[in-house]
Design a protein around this ligand. Structure first.
Ligand code: NCD
Ligand code: ZN
Length: 347
């Protein structure tokens, strides 16, 4: 049997939500990840250090109770139009601060962002970025113009990011879930302070998978899947070994009834099949040896996380496994449910 051993992955963009679903979602990721950057677009949102502390405590508790003491949740604050620089100083002042990033969601661009940012270059926010630059906090950006055509939205927001890199050259910036050739090239042409996360679904699927031969709501997400040309650029960046491209699954579950309805929520739930999906994409490119860098090393490196000496390994075996259907009508549905993957994690 073929085996592949990699250091435990870090998922640098994941949604754990709030309320009853949180426990199951934390366990799903903590099972195979060394750590993860947890997104703050919860309801209620994570706006302050105190919010983040409470949320982190809850996540750690679930992981510990499930026997995943190794799991390190990293927290992000959601940037609001009126966030002040004091919020940053406060979040950074604690020893070993758990807040590693601040997330900029353009207002209304995706799930739970009606309180997002409408004027990203306003004075008070420039003070926020300056403080982040000083304390070494990462600015994580959902790079889409909420007023643009959905297929052009990512590319049209790049000039805003360009301005930010110009004004704050030492600020570390992550373009989340890049989906276009334009965004990939933007990152390649920027210096080492600009990176991007890449999802398993944007590596693997294009808009035909979403829209041709029937509409597939479980592949509908923000940013929307793009052309085959874009997918190829995203895939090539992920397998390139360039450390400014790393894993952020954007696993974003919604209940089955919120996806299979007349107005489908945006988000693809991949956490339970994430690593096997990635292994297939890397294997297809004959680049399996680069999976570990992408999934386990470059992300924490960019965020300045010092790896534990005895970082545990994850064993993948090349064995066909069927992707399960959801257990209940409330549970989230996995893309490709009923189909098979060539790799599985051996626990
Ligand atoms: C995410 C969600 O549901 O929270 N949805 C998505 O389509 N990716 C939010 C986000 O990351 O855009
Ligand atoms: Zn997301």
């Amino acid at each position: 049997m073929e085996r592949l051993l990699i250091r435990r992955p870090w998922d640098m963009h994941v949604h754990f939500r709030q309320g009853e679903v949180l426990d199951g979602l934390v366990r799903e990721t903590a099972r195979y990840c060394a750590g993860a950057l947890v997104m703050p677009n919860t309801s209620p949102p994570i706006l302050t250090y105190e919010d983040a502390l409470e949320y982190e405590f809850r996540i750690k508790n679930v992981a510990n109770r499930a026997g995943y003491q190794h799991f390190k949740p990293l927290m992000a604050l959601k940037l609001a139009q009126n966030t002040s620089e004091q919020t940053i100083w406060r979040a950074a002042s604690s020893i070993n601060s758990i807040v590693k990033a601040v997330k900029l969601y353009p207002r209304g661009v995706t799930t739970n962002t009606s309180d997002g940012v409408s004027a990203p270059l306003e004075k008070n926010l420039q003070k926020v970025y300056a403080a982040m630059q000083e304390v070494g906090m990462v600015l994580s950006i959902h790079c889409e113009d909420p007023n643009a055509d959905v297929f052009a939205a990512e590319e049209q927001y790049l000039p805003v990011v360009g301005l930010l890199t110009h004004l704050f050259p030492d600020l570390r910036i992550v373009l989340e879930h890049v989906s276009t050739r334009a965004a990939v090239e933007f990152v390649q042409q920027s210096g080492p302070n600009v990176a991007a996360t890449i999802t398993a679904h944007h590596m693997r699927f294009n808009r035909n998978h979403l829209l041709k031969d029937g509409l597939r709501p479980h592949l509908y997400c923000k940013p929307i899947l793009k052309t085959e040309n874009d997918r190829q650029a995203v895939h090539a960046a992920a397998v390139s070994g360039n450390p400014t491209f790393f894993l952020g699954s954007d696993s974003a579950p919604h209940p089955k009834n919120a996806k299979e309805t007349s107005c489908c929520a945006a988000g693809v739930f991949t956490a339970p099949i994430l690593i096997p999906l990635l292994a297939e994409s890397f294997e297809d490119a004959r680049m399996l040896d680069r999976l570990e860098g992408f999934a386990s090393i470059y992300g924490p490196q960019f965020y300045g996380i010092v790896p534990r000496q005895s970082a545990a390994l994850l064993t993948l075996v090349r064995e066909t496994e069927q992707i399960p259907h959801p257990r209940s009508s409330e549970a989230a549905v996995l893309p490709l449910a009923g189909e098979s993957l060539r790799w599985r994690i051996q626990y």
